[in-house]
Design a protein around this ligand. Sequence first.
Ligand SMILES: CC(C)(COP(=O)(O)OP(=O)(O)OC[C@H]1O[C@@H](n2cnc3c(N)ncnc32)[C@H](O)[C@@H]1OP(=O)(O)O)[C@@H](O)C(=O)NCCC(=O)NCCS
Length: 265
Amino acid sequence: MNIQLRLEQPQDYRIVEELTREAFWGMNHPDCNEHLLAHKLRSVSAFVPELDYVAVISDIIVGNVMFSKGRIVDAQGREYIVLNFGPLSVLPEYQNRGVGKALMTYTISEAKRLGYRAILFFGHPDYYTRFGFKRAKEFSITTSGGVNFDAFMAMPLYDGALDGIAGRYYEDPVFEIGEDEKVEFDKGFPYKEKCVLVSAEVLFTKLISTACAALKKHEIAFLCDLRRYSEQEVSSWNGIDKISLEIIKATMMENGFVWGEQTHS
Ligand SMILES: CC(C)(COP(=O)(O)OP(=O)(O)OC[C@H]1O[C@@H](n2cnc3c(N)ncnc32)[C@H](O)[C@@H]1OP(=O)(O)O)[C@@H](O)C(=O)NCCC(=O)NCCS
């Protein structure tokens, strides 16, 4: 399949917001706010237009990725500008055909060419390792709240780019999206039924009690809540054995989620 990548143009804005809405709808919430994020990002100073790419197949825009600037602040108050990315969106009917990979691979190489130090972001921990991302804690970097989890990832863009830098990471405030502004913005799009999130109960009926307790301890109320964690991270939770992990993976897949390390026969 011929995937072409090019910079987003003003005439693409609405199409990109529509595809972002389609890609994220019901993924983490019954609706989504990522289309508003895409809309707002373009007008903040942290936005990096040189890395705002669309993917095109047969003249149809099927994917988009956006980058913005974030900061690592160390204990002495020194600031280091890094990149953050997202949203990364691929139209559902074009997913799993290499579009996400093409967008990521190309924009990472462009970010290197443009001389950026590193990329930090929050995303599916089992997907992005394939592009070279690692857990941010390997670099002594925490979230702005001072914590770490697998979904918080980092990648230096040149040798030693994050060496000797320890601190907290702050993304641009544009990422904080209010409920009211989301609802208002979404009124400008065709009506779309909210999704019913699949309750974690579907897992609790299949798992042993220690595994259920582990999921509850980590506040897994809906299956989508598991997307914040990597397979490795979940397997380290007290009470999760190998069989539980397989059940979790299979249940996620049955419910339309790609989750965990993907193996091929
Ligand atoms: C995540 C997303 C961008 C991936 O794009 P894509 O074009 O479908 O992905 P690609 O075709 O490049 O890669 C597909 C591979 O990634 C794997 N993959 C996709 N999502 C994954 C996830 N959440 N966790 C682990 N692996 C994942 C697929 O299993 C497939 O594996 P394979 O190559 O070993 O067969 C796309 O599915 C999407 O837009 N999802 C909804 C929005 C979203 O979640 N965006 C990312 C926010 S962090």
